[in-house]
Design a protein around this ligand. Sequence first.
Ligand SMILES: NC(=O)c1ccc[n+]([C@@H]2O[C@H](COP(=O)([O-])OP(=O)(O)OC[C@H]3O[C@@H](n4cnc5c(N)ncnc54)[C@H](O)[C@@H]3O)[C@@H](O)[C@H]2O)c1
Length: 326
Amino acid sequence: MVRVGLIGCGGMGMNLARHCHSLEDSKITAVHDRDEKALTRAAAEFGAQAYSSYKKLIASDVDAVIVATPNDSHAPITIAAANAGKHVFCEKPMALRVSDCRAMIDAAEKAGVKLMVGHVLRLIPVFWKTKQIIDSGILGKPFAIAVTRLGGPDSLAAGWRAAKKHAGGYLYEINVHELDYMRFVMGEPETVFASTGHFTASPVEFEDVAFVHIKYAGGGIGTLHCGGSSSIKKYEMMIQCTEGTIANGGFGGPIRYARFGEEPTVIQVSEITKEDPYREEIRCWVDAITKNTPLPFDGYDGMAAVQTAAAAYRSARLGRAVRYRR
Ligand SMILES: NC(=O)c1ccc[n+]([C@@H]2O[C@H](COP(=O)([O-])OP(=O)(O)OC[C@H]3O[C@@H](n4cnc5c(N)ncnc54)[C@H](O)[C@@H]3O)[C@@H](O)[C@H]2O)c1
């Protein structure tokens, strides 16, 4: 039985913890949140011990922790937990600095503990199925990916998410998901060029629109258009491959794909059957701890997504393309 401590008992933390608590070989035995109400509620729901600081929770007899606090606190909590020999599931973005991601990986490797970063988009049915179709080889090799994910000025408008210090910016708080998925399909980025701006009444302390253009080491190209500046919400992805193209309409689908000269095949989300993505990521993490099975995505994936976002912000600041690896 893996004894798991939940640090950060908000929306995402509770979602992950409920899945974790429902598995056969893991239980939430300890909780911590800065907010007294959230802490008391979580302790009552799981019958867990409430701790008044993450350091006290980490010093307790838990085997592992889920870190689901605002983005800027992921690194210190993860490093402290790994140093104490606890396995870590850390929500995305892994951190707001590449050097912090590096330190998190180093701490986990030194302690010999598992470190997983919540890049759950890969497991969301429409994106999971899209990747499966690409991997089947039916469309050939992917050479171009275009992703649009736009919300309105009310996106990220409330609480810590609007603050640059805590959230980092759209590319960290939301679009590390897409940057990770684009790399999942296209391979390692090589150069990044980005433009960002703030044009609407959105109260966020960072950009409300960004265009990111990526050249991948394998020769492919990609573009991401994102932010919270559009009165028309849109999420879509198109991946061009050497023998055909696949497109999806985001979480709600559908997926359409066709080889050159053939009629498109359409798959509705309701036709895709798979495990709940949040349950799956937590189950894979617990399995990695108990059975030493491979993690579906890890600290290196988390760091790569942060590194791409960091390169994009650097490019936007400098007004020129930058190398992904400095
Ligand atoms: N993978 C996904 O799809 C996904 C979705 C939503 C959120 N997230 C990530 O999960 C994390 C949490 O997001 P959320 O939506 O649950 O936010 P939230 O605001 O609902 O919850 C955050 C909780 O952390 C607590 N908290 C704040 N600072 C703290 C600190 N220093 N120590 C302890 N507790 C602290 C708050 O009181 C709150 O209860 C973020 O990193 C976010 O990016 C990921």
